[in-house]
Design a protein around this ligand. Structure first.
Ligand code: SAM
Length: 291
């Protein structure tokens, strides 16, 4: 196991597979990637995953860009070593034809970004009118058993913050659907930051039951038959105190913190003992951003 100087054991790796995306969301932080170079080939990702598993990592989340832009995503998922759970964060618009193959390759579940159920708003937020494709992706994920499907909704003041009740209704009494409300991190001067803490307080007040997850100590609220999680990374010392995640950029840098770009560890072309040492170094560089 790898633990940092703050006693946080790292058990999860979030791997960006590509910087390419078929959408152009107005707020996208692109996982903190700035000017990525070449994508890592599937074989090198497989080796990185084996090292992570040997260090006791229990799960991997694939992200992007849009991970379904990679034709070899099924091959990458199939290379996840036994003992590690694999999940995917996707906009869902390219998922319908591949959900079953991804399930067969070993994918456990998916997060699907869905900020609105209104077609015009979707086009405004995502830059392309693909709400129908995203909904088809959700259906395909449910049919393939990639559950629970978590719907990632970035709350945008003045754009979709009036849809939270609609989303709660959408996932109500569906144990295969979870709503995840995400606080906007403002990397692109997007002027739509919403008070997600206030929204969380209101949800907490009407929740029948609350659970606390290991990942970032996130709360899961059971509200009138709906499951709702809230992700609040900003100025949230709990988020950092319970962070168990290392990130990998699409061009091969280990990233100790989502919010920093000055402490990455280059693992391009590294193998064996050198790759293991790079993992140790990235964990040594972890420190809570909000302490
Ligand atoms: N394309 C994939 C998708 O849509 O899920 C994966 C990459 S996307 C960067 C991963 C998640 O980050 C999505 O749920 C997206 O909504 C969220 N996200 C992107 N930019 C964000 C920001 N500035 N603040 C908060 N969440 C953001």
């Amino acid at each position: 196991m790898l633990s940092d100087a703050y006693g946080r054991t790292v058990t999860n790796i979030r791997i960006s597979l590509t910087h390419a995306c078929n959408l152009n969301c107005i707020y996208c932080h692109a996982e903190g990637e700035q000017h990525p170079e070449d994508e890592l080939p599937a074989g090198q990702i497989a080796e990185i995953l084996r090292v992570a598993r040997d260090f006791g990592f229990r799960s991997v989340k694939f992200t992007g860009g849009e991970p379904l832009m990679r034709d070899d995503l099924e091959e990458i998922v199939a290379s996840v070593p036994e003992g590690m759970e694999a999940s995917l964060t996707t906009n869902g618009t390219l998922l319908a034809g591949r959900a079953r193959a991804l399930k067969e390759a070993g994918l456990g579940r998916v997060n699907i970004s869905l900020d609105t159920l209104d077609p015009e708003r979707y086009a405004r937020i995502a830059g392309r009118p693909l709400l129908g494709d995203a909904l088809a992706g959700i259906e395909a994920a449910l049919d393939a058993g990639l559950v629970p499907v978590k719907l990632n909704m970035v709350v945008l003041s003045g754009i979709n913050d009036d849809e939270i009740e609609t989303f709660i209704d959408f996932v109500r009494d569906r144990h295969d659907l979870v709503l995840q409300l995400i606080e906007l991190m403002d990397f692109r001067d997007c002027p739509h930051h919403a008070d997600v803490k206030g929204i969380e307080d209101r949800i907490a007040a009407i929740a029948d039951r609350v659970e606390t997850r290991r990942m970032h100590h996130r709360k899961k609220y059971h509200v009138r038959g709906a499951e709702v999680e809230v992700v609040r990374p900003l100025h949230n010392t709990e988020f950092c105190a319970y962070c168990n995640r290392l990130r990998l950029t699409s061009d091969g840098w280990l990233k100790p913190c989502l919010l920093r770009t000055d402490n990455h560890v280059d693992i391009r072309g590294l193998h064996g003992a050198a790759l293991e040492e790079a993992f140790r170094e990235a964990v040594r560089r972890r420190e809570p951003y909000f302490a």
